[in-house]
Design a protein around this ligand. Sequence first.
Ligand SMILES: [Zn+2]
Length: 130
Amino acid sequence: MSEKQQCCARVYASGAWRSSQCSKASKVVRDGMPYCTIHDPVRVKEKSDARSAKWNSEWAAKSEEMKRQRVCVNACKGIPTAELEAGVLGDMREALVWLLNVEPNHNDVYYSDLSDRVRAIISRLPGEAP
Ligand SMILES: [Zn+2]
C-alpha cells in the first residue's frame, strides 16, 4: 500500500450538495480499499457499537426508572401523598413488627398462620428482620 494513497470514503463538506472523496491519506486497507483512520470501517463500526451500547444502557436505566415510578404510583393508589411523605409505609412496618411481638394465645389456631403471613410481609419491606 502506498503511503500517499488517498482515503476512498465519500464525504460531504459543510453546505455541499455533492459528496467528494476524503482528502486524508489512507492508513489501512479493508477489503482492498484504502481508508484513513477516521473512515476505517472497523473503527467506524467499533465507535458505532460503543455508542449503541451506551445508548442501550442509558435507555434500559431510564426505562427501569419509568417502570418503577409507574409501579410505585399504582402501589400507592389511595394513599395520600402527605401520608407517604410522613412515612406511612415505615409506620405500617412498625405496626406489623409490634403485632408479631404480641403475646400469642396458643389456643388460637389462627395466630400461627397470621404470624407467618406478617413475617412474610415484613420480609418484603425494607429494614432489618424483627
Ligand atoms: Zn477518510
